[in-house]
Each structure stands twice: as C-alpha cells, then as structure tokens.
Design a protein around this ligand. Structure first.
Ligand SMILES: [Zn+2]
Length: 307
C-alpha cells in the first residue's frame, strides 16, 4: 500500500489500557479520512504519562488495530523515545516560558483570594518571578494579553472555532511538576516532526487546539487542518475511558466486524448494511461513505485497489 497524495494523518492512542469503542471511533475516523484522501496513516503511542501507562497495552492496541484490518504506514513511534525533541522545543520557547513553583493547593488558594474559585485559569503567581524561598516545579507558557489572545480555526466538521487563550485558558504547563512532558507540547512537536498535515480526533480535544496552534506559531511550525468527531459517552453521559469503566472491544476471538466496526461506523453517521460480511468490503464501503459525508472529491473508485 502506498500513498498517492501528500496527506499525512495519524492515530495517537495512550497505552493506558486496551482500545474501547470510544478510541475505535477516533481511530476509524482518522483511518477513513486518510484512506479517502489516498494518504498516509501513521501510528504514534502517546506514552508520556508514565504513571498511567499499562505494561503491554501498546502491543495490545497494535494487535487490535490489525485484527480490525487497520494497517498503519511506516514505523510506529513512541513518545517516550522522543523526549530530546520536547527538550529542544522548550529551549526554543525560552522567551515565552517561566518556572512555576505553585502546588495545586496554592493555585486553588490564590483563586479563592481572587474571589474566583471555579476558574481553571492559572492566577499568574510566578509570571514575573518565583516567590522567595521556593523552587521551580513546572514550566509554563505565557499566553498573550486578552487583546491578542484570540486563536481561530476552521474545523472541517464543527465549523469556525475561536478561543481566547488569556481569558479562557491562561498560562499553561509545558513540563509538569512530576517531570513529565505535557501533552500540548509533545503533540505539537511530534505532529510537525512526522509531517502530519491532517488531524482527525475526538471532540474532547477541540478545547486543546487553540493552545496547539499558538505553540505551532511560536515554534515556526505549520498548522495542520483539524477535524473533531463526536466522542462516545456511556449511559451517564461520561466520555468512555478506562476511568469510566469502558471495556475492551477486542476480546481476542469475538466478531469485530459486527460487534465493533459496524457500530463504530454507525456512530460516525455512516449507514452500512449489517449484511457486510468481510473486513475488506467493510473498509471499502466505509471509505466511500466517509468521502461522501465529508465531500472529499477524490476518485473513490481507486480506493478499493489501495486497501
Ligand atoms: Zn506558579
């Protein structure tokens, strides 16, 4: 299988457990979008949160994708092996980052003092200097003043988006107090290093996109196109995740086509007949339907020869 366009997309799971239906929907959307564009689909394991990684979960994820018939292009990359890249990016951002000595409790206390306990925004305690007698715990990025703080982008599915980094986000962490690299920095560095120009992922990450676009600007990196698909929720309306008790869709010997792939495609609004009986046929039909849904004007008849 070789790509015939310069489209490069990716799926970037965290190895915190086996894939569940929510992660399958995100994987499927990014895979179908890459196939509909006759592009490249890369796989990146986002294993920077060493406290949450589960041993063996990465291999389990790769196997489940293969059992689903979702073959990635090129070599799989692990973020844990790329920390020198994040270090270099932090160095490049030296004019915009500052050390922060605050603990979670101190941040909550200063919000109380400011009369805004519900705010998620960092109160700016260390913006100019660390309080005497304290030492750096985390590294934060200074966001622009409110007048210059608005970041806008066009989501291919959700339409025009805008967020004011100063009033809605605040100075955000690039390197955490526990020494781990923050998601926002790692994802921006890796997407650029891997040449990714189309990001398709769950809508729970739409709120992170403005921060990532701002970082891309500071680092002189191109901004990819974005498409956020709805997230799967459980009966309580919570996003499916290991924390909310989501189960693995791949139990090793179950019928993935009917128990996982067809339901995930239906969730994405693709009306496939339950009579589909083979993986090859499923992906061919789903790719055609995805291209129609997103109005991707390619010669879809070529797709069958590429899968
Ligand atoms: Zn601080």
């Amino acid at each position: 299988m070789s790509a015939t366009t310069d489209y490069i997309g990716r799926f970037a799971p965290s190895p915190t457990g086996p894939l569940h239906m929510g992660s399958l929907v995100a994987a499927m959307a990014s895979y179908l979008d890459a196939k509909a564009h006759q592009g490249t689909w890369l796989l990146r394991i986002e294993d920077l949160d060493f406290d949450r990684n589960v041993a063996g979960a990465d291999q389990q994820i790769l196997q489940s994708l293969q059992r689903c018939g979702m073959q990635w292009d090129g070599e799989v990359v692990w973020q844990s092996q790329r920390q020198h890249l994040y270090e270099a990016a932090l160095g490049q951002l030296a004019d915009y980052v500052y050390p922060c000595a605050c603990s979670r409790k101190e941040i909550a206390d200063s919000r109380l003092r400011l009369g805004d306990p519900a705010s998620q925004i960092y109160p700016g305690t260390c913006r100019h200097s660390i309080p005497a007698g304290k030492s750096a715990r985390a590294w934060r990025l200074r966001v622009p003043e409110p007048e210059q703080g608005v970041v806008c982008f066009e989501d291919r599915l959700c339409g025009s988006q805008s967020q004011n980094l100063a009033t809605e986000v605040g100075d955000f962490v690039l390197k955490r107090a526990d020494g781990f690299w923050a998601y926002q920095l790692a994802v921006v560095v890796d997407d650029a290093a891997q040449g990714i120009n189309h990001i398709v992922r769950g809508a729970d990450l739409i709120d992170s996109t403005a921060r990532q676009i701002y970082l891309q600007g500071l680092l002189g990196l191109p901004t990819p196109s974005y498409l956020h698909v709805p997230v799967v929720t459980n009966a309580n309306g919570e996003k499916l995740s290991k924390q909310t008790g989501a189960l693995a869709f791949d139990r090793g010997d179950n019928d993935l086509l009917h128990e996982a792939l067809l339901p995930a495609a239906r969730f994405l609004g693709l009306k496939l007949s339950p009579a589909v009986s083979e993986l090859h046929e499923f992906w061919q039909l789903a790719t055609t339907l995805w291209a129609k849904k997103l109005r991707i004007g390619l010669q879809i008849n070529l797709v069958s020869t590429l899968i």
